[in-house]
Design a protein around this ligand. Structure first.
Ligand SMILES: [Zn+2]
Length: 300
């Protein structure tokens, strides 16, 4: 009995500490989570989670699950990519008015979404809001800006950890600057600059390194391609002289293989870094791998 009392007393004494939960930071999806991990390395009392499973990929048309709502209701801050990637946000915010949202896309120059749109059946309403391409993280310079944005907004939320987060961000930005320099140096030399990508994920990357996305196989990668859309892409690829086609590990690439059979254009694989092992170096590792593939596809 005495033992039990001691145990209960110990539990009571422990309770205030045990109840003082960590600050809960939630990242919307994979690349934001990778960047946040680097900013929050060794920051005590903060726990970071990713709202979507690392197999989710891009959040195009993502619908929030009950579990996501529960997680967000407990969260102190939600880190988002922004630029329209989290299309569920406008419906979510009125439900969780106290949720702090950290937008990583602030100040980044956005590209329009439909620059390569080949769906002729789609007519724009005159008053339709401009849609932006949300795949900003694939330009390492944008990744650096995203890290700066997240660090600044997290420091405002957690000023007691501002110094540590600033130091972490600085170290990570140095690594990203090195990555950018390696990509830039290596890709300056390639002979062929035209590429065809599976979905509209690489315009920022292409712009950064002076590559030219001459066609996009699927503007809505979750939807199957109609025969007419397939024919349009085949025509574009043929007109461009059969440049290399880039499949993505996150999608079934049957259409892309059909285009390759029809045109003879070779198929390679580029990773938009939306799935992976979740390690802090995952973005750099995937981009280095993309570089190696581009060099063999485009000719050094
Ligand atoms: Zn995408």
């Amino acid at each position: 009995m005495k033992k039990l009392c001691c145990f209960l007393l110990a539990l009571l004494l422990c309770c205030p500490a045990a109840l003082a939960e960590d600050v809960q930071i939630v990242a919307s999806f994979y690349p934001v989570y990778i960047f946040a991990q680097n900013i929050l390395t060794d920051v005590p009392g903060v726990s970071l989670s990713c709202m979507t499973a690392p197999s989710t990929g891009c959040l195009h048309d993502y619908q929030l699950l009950t579990g996501d709502m529960r997680l967000l209701a407990r969260a102190d801050a939600l880190l988002i990519n922004g630029a329209g990637m989290e299309s569920f946000l406008p419906a979510l915010l009125p439900q969780l008015p106290d949720l702090q949202v950290v937008d990583a896309s602030k100040g980044i120059e956005l590209l329009c979404a439909d620059e390569h749109h080949h769906d002729h059946d789609h007519h724009h309403e005159e008053e339709e809001e401009t849609e932006y391409n949300a795949h900003i993280w694939l330009d390492p310079k944008n990744a650096i800006q995203m890290v700066k944005n997240m660090e600044a907004q997290l420091s405002a939320l957690l000023p007691e950890h501002g110094e540590k987060m600033a130091e972490n961000a600085e170290n990570y930005i140095l690594r990203l600057e090195n990555l950018d320099a390696r990509l830039s140096d290596a890709l300056t030399a390639v002979k062929q600059r035209d590429i065809v990508t599976f979905h509209d994920s690489f315009p920022y990357f292409a712009k950064a390194y002076d590559l030219h996305v001459v066609a996009v196989v699927s503007m809505e990668p979750e939807e199957p391609l109609s025969p007419r859309m397939l024919k349009d892409v085949i025509d574009q690829v043929t007109a461009a002289g059969n440049p290399p086609l880039f499949a993505e590990p996150q999608y079934r690439n049957a259409a892309l293989e059909a285009i390759s059979r029809e045109t003879g254009a070779p198929v390679y694989r580029l990773d938009p870094v939306v799935t992976g092992n979740g390690s802090p170096t995952a973005y750099e590792d995937a981009m280095e791998q993309n570089l190696n593939i581009l060099l063999s596809a485009l000719g050094e």
